[in-house]
Design a protein around this ligand. Structure first.
Ligand code: SF4
Ligand code: SF4
Ligand code: SF4
Length: 445
């Protein structure tokens, strides 16, 4: 792996140092060789400096890249704006010998030159492409299982896609994969790819900026997401600071905001204080409390089920397609029950009692590419429900008869007599009572 140099950009160091703190903590934890580099300036940010003049923009960016070359590093940045500028400027300089010559003519005046070898990656791009999802997954010690995360890609991570080439701008998946590797669920929501509108604050249109923030935050809240997760300091300010302003105006809105390295740090087992989470304007505690409750719920699932087996279901739906119960009633959703259990929703599953409708036909096991047995998972739910005395009336009747006599039903003496059959031989129910004393046993599937 290469050596890297941090390119923080102005907003992270100036306004959002907690993003710097969590990024440093996570990179150190992952063993990434990344250090600070002296002499850097603003990337420069396009919407301000490029509007002062294209040459100022290009030469400033080339000077930063020349510093990376001198230090023998590639840049890693948490800011999509810096990423787009540095990558775009490098491509422009590389596009012709004339462009490189002009830039270097300027740089020579301050004793620098740019050869075009330094690269820049956004943190997400680095983590997904270079570090790798499986390497991250292996290091997760505090999974975010059951937490619902609304991902905000932000415009400048994806567009212009021809220059950035990070992901499909219309159907991106990489950020979702990075979040789901931590065990969380990426929630689909209206307007997921829409712009945060942060730039409107800088052109003095606070009303429009607030309207855009409000719209997305409401879309996220409507899907009961536990937090919005993003990878852009400008977007962070828009959803954290602007949301705070909306709250001060009395608006009932509360969506915790997390930069990706903060979420990743939590999943890696780092403490909230080590990630600077108390610096957010929007209180992060509701997220942490929900997560703690969720982890306890998963522990309760582990007490009765093989949790790793539960998580093995790939939700491909092949089993549900063949399930005879689903075929007559699409409301029966065996995958959905497995998902609820994986998310720790034991009480809800028992309350709804849908698992009782599994007729234990084994069809799903045959249909599943990994011979996953819904039936065995549901049997544990049935045992747990029976222990709590919440069984369908017909099942309760059969259980009571079995406890009493060791048989599910008593034969009709008159019917047997009519058929010329002898009295049934005595049942051994009393011995069963002696054996079990009808105390519920706890078995794993
Ligand atoms: S402010 Fe809008 S345009 Fe800028 S990075 Fe955020 S989402 Fe993209
Ligand atoms: S065992 Fe249950 S879940 Fe599986 S196919 Fe049969 S009825 Fe459906
Ligand atoms: S076929 Fe197997 S992996 Fe696919 S949804 Fe059913 S149980 Fe899960």
């Amino acid at each position: 792996m290469s050596r890297y140099g941090y390119f923080w950009g102005c907003y992270v160091q100036g306004r959002l140092p907690h993003i710097e703190k969590s990024t440093r903590a996570v990179m150190q934890h992952l063993g990434v060789d990344c250090a600070d580099t002296e002499g850097l300036t603003c990337c420069p940010e396009k919407t301000t400096v490029a509007n002062m003049g294209h040459d100022e923009w290009l030469v400033t960016a080339a000077r930063n890249l020349a510093i990376a070359e001198d230090a023998g590093v590639d840049f890693l940045t948490p800011c999509p704006g810096c990423f787009g500028t540095l990558k775009g400027a490098a491509a422009e300089v590389a596009s012709s010998a004339a462009a490189q010559g002009e830039v270097n003519r300027e740089l020579r005046r301050v004793g620098r030159s740019y050869r075009g070898t330094a690269r820049t990656a956004h943190i997400l791009e680095f983590l997904h492409r270079d570090f790798g999802l499986s390497a991250i997954g292996e290091r997760v010690t505090a999974p975010l299982t059951g937490m619902r995360i609304a991902i905000h890609y932000g415009c400048h991570l994806l567009k212009p896609s021809a220059d950035l080439a990070v992901d499909d701008p219309a159907h991106p998946t990489k950020f979702d994969e990075l979040v789901e590797t931590l065990g969380a669920t990426s929630v689909a929501y209206e307007g997921k790819l829409s712009c945060c509108g942060g730039l409107l604050s800088r052109v003095d249109d606070q009303d429009a900026a607030q309207a855009m923030a409000r719209r997305k935050l409401r879309d996220v809240a409507a899907e009961r997401a536990d937090a919005i997760c993003l990878a852009c300091p400008a977007c962070f300010m828009q959803y954290d600071t602007t949301q705070f302003l909306l709250q001060r105006k009395g608006e009932q809105i509360h969506v915790p905001v997390l930069y990706y390295t903060e979420l990743l740090g939590l999943a890696l087992g780092l403490a909230p204080d080590d990630l600077g989470l108390s610096s957010h304007r929007i209180d992060i505690q509701p997220f942490l409390i929900r997560w703690q409750g969720q982890r306890e719920a998963i522990e309760r699932v582990r007490e009765r089920w093989d949790y790793d087996l539960l998580r093995k279901c790939a939700e491909c739906g092949a089993c549900a397609f063949d399930c005879p119960v689903t075929r007559v009633d699409v409301a029966f959703d065996p995958n959905g029950i497995i998902r609820q259990l994986s998310d720790g929703q034991v009480d809800q599953v028992l309350r709804e009692g849908e698992f009782w409708r599994c007729v234990e036909c084994c069809t799903c096991r045959e249909a599943c590419f990994q011979r996953y047995s819904m039936m065995d998972i549901f049997r544990v739910a049935k045992q747990l429900a029976a222990e709590r005395g919440v069984t369908p009336a017909g099942t309760a009747e059969g259980m009571a008869a079995f406890r009493k006599s060791g048989r599910l039903v008593e034969g009709s003496a008159s019917q047997r007599k009519r058929l010329g059959l002898p009295e049934p031989a005595a049942a051994g129910g009393s011995e069963l009572t002696q054996l079990f004393e009808w105390r519920p046993e706890r078995r794993r599937p």
